[in-house]
Design a protein around this ligand. Structure first.
Ligand SMILES: Cc1cc2nc3c(=O)[nH]c(=O)nc-3n(C[C@H](O)[C@H](O)[C@H](O)COP(=O)(O)OP(=O)(O)OC[C@H]3O[C@@H](n4cnc5c(N)ncnc54)[C@H](O)[C@@H]3O)c2cc1C
Length: 391
């Protein structure tokens, strides 16, 4: 959970609940994948993070989801599980379920992900082609702490004095790994070129771990059921709001981010926070479409920036061996040799993609953006409508 996500939860008064299942990340350590040679470290500066008003946290998605579910239920929300939608009609504002039941609503929010029902319909309407070939794939697995601690090499992941994200840069591949939440297990994600093989993630992962540094290599046998996901460069939708003005699409259905990106869930949560802020001002039905179009205006540029940054980070980490890669590695090692934090920039120096992320991506406040829109536009329109109706 990057700071731009955690700050929303904190605004909602959930800091202590979040702390009950999340671990605060204090540092990132970057090494070469093949040898483990340290390229550098970055200790998150408390002051920089305080500026962002959030924190960098590690958590299991299931814990975050459970917290959100309990809160929604506690607020009186009805959540229906096992309710597959088979058709959406924005004009009639209806959703038809697989059971045959028809639901009718004032506004419909399509949040059914990149493989859901609404995205293909909107892509076809907007004449956008879906990506057909994956560029990379990602292997992912969890390693139990109890197993890793038995191995003299792998236990080093749990031993640092501060909770650390470990990143490994390899030749056309890279790894991101970190402890999860209560530190009972270790998350392991490996990016590699897509090789087309379909059904043997365990074999593929074992193969990938043959030529890597010892701490990671020894994790291999501890991984029992890895998964593998293709990484597509899915296009974002041009229009997120249907012509009816009563149907909007959010999350990865609207703006897909490569699988496993740090910002994936943050983008969904920011979407939710902006919608919630806008709709907190709802007093007449006619505002619904205004709010949905405002939502798109606010969110589209933000998601484009984040998407470009997340894609850039994967490419940066997985750069093939080449002169640029050597320059990158040597630059990092030179900084580390002077005891400088990796992403800190010397005056006049070029900013790394990570530093760009810290400034623009972590610093963003979704709720402030929605408040600003309301003060600059929404309120004015409400007042002009009120005076037109003589009230
Ligand atoms: C291996 C892996 C690792 C990841 N790691 C990270 C990470 O480290 N950090 C991070 O932030 N994100 C991570 N993600 C999240 C991911 O990248 C997505 O961006 C994120 O799940 C998108 O959220 P979403 O809510 O938009 O869509 P989804 O999570 O896809 O949710 C869509 C929901 O809609 C439901 N649905 C679909 N079709 C229908 C239908 N017809 N009727 C009813 N319901 C339907 C689905 O069941 C699902 O519950 C990871 C994902 C994967 C697969």
């Amino acid at each position: 959970m990057p700071p731009n996500l955690s700050k929303i939860l904190y605004h909602w008064g959930l800091q202590s609940e979040v702390y009950s299942f999340a671990a605060k990340s204090k540092a990132i350590q970057i090494s070469r994948l093949e040898t483990g040679v340290l390229l550098g470290t970055h200790d998150w500066d408390e002051e920089v993070l305080r500026e962002t008003r959030g924190e960098f946290l590690f958590a299991h998605l299931a814990d975050l989801r459970k917290m959100m579910y309990d809160i929604a239920i506690g607020q009186g929300t009805t959540i229906r599980l096992d309710a597959t939608a088979v058709a959406v009609n924005p004009e009639k504002r209806t959703v038809i379920l697989a059971s045959g039941e028809t639901l009718k609503a004032d506004v419909i929010i399509g949040a059914d992900g990149v493989s859901g029902l609404v995205r293909p319909v909107l892509l076809a309407e907007q004449d956008i082609q879906e990506a057909s070939n994956p560029s990379l794939c990602m292997y992912t697995a969890l390693v139990p702490q109890a197993l890793a601690m038995k191995d003299p090499q792998s236990k080093k992941f749990f031993e640092p004095e501060v909770v650390t994200m470990f990143s490994f840069f390899g030749n056309n591949e890279s790894v991101i790994s970190h402890p999860i939440g209560g530190l009972s297990s270790f998350s392991f994600c490996l990016y590699r070129p897509w090789d087309g093989f379909e059904d043997a993630p365990a074999d593929g992962m074992r193969d990938a771990l043959k030529q890597v540094e010892p701490r990671l290599k020894n994790l291999g046998p501890m991984i029992s059921s890895p998964r593998r996901y293709p990484i597509f460069d899915h296009p974002a939708l041009d229009e997120w709001v249907d012509g009816s003005g009563r149907f909007v699409v959010v999350g990865s259905a609207a703006h897909p981010i490569p699988v496993g990106s740090t910002q994936s869930h943050a983008m969904g949560l920011e979407d939710g926070a902006v919608l919630a802020k806008l709709f907190s001002h709802l007093s007449t039905e006619s505002q619904i479409s205004d709010f949905l179009y405002a939502f798109q205006d606010l969110r589209q540029p933000r998601c484009e920036t984040v998407l470009a940054s997340e894609r850039g980070i994967i490419q940066y980490m997985s750069m093939p061996n080449c002169p640029d890669q050597e320059m990158r590695d040597q630059g990092m090692m030179a900084l580390a040799a002077t005891g400088t934090n990796l992403f800190d920039v010397a005056e006049g120096g070029e900013e790394s993609p990570e530093w760009e992320e810290i400034k623009t991506v972590f610093g963003y406040d979704a709720e402030d953006e929605a408040d600003n829109w309301w003060v600059s536009w929404g309120l004015l329109k409400q007042r002009s409508l009120a005076s037109a109706h003589g009230s």
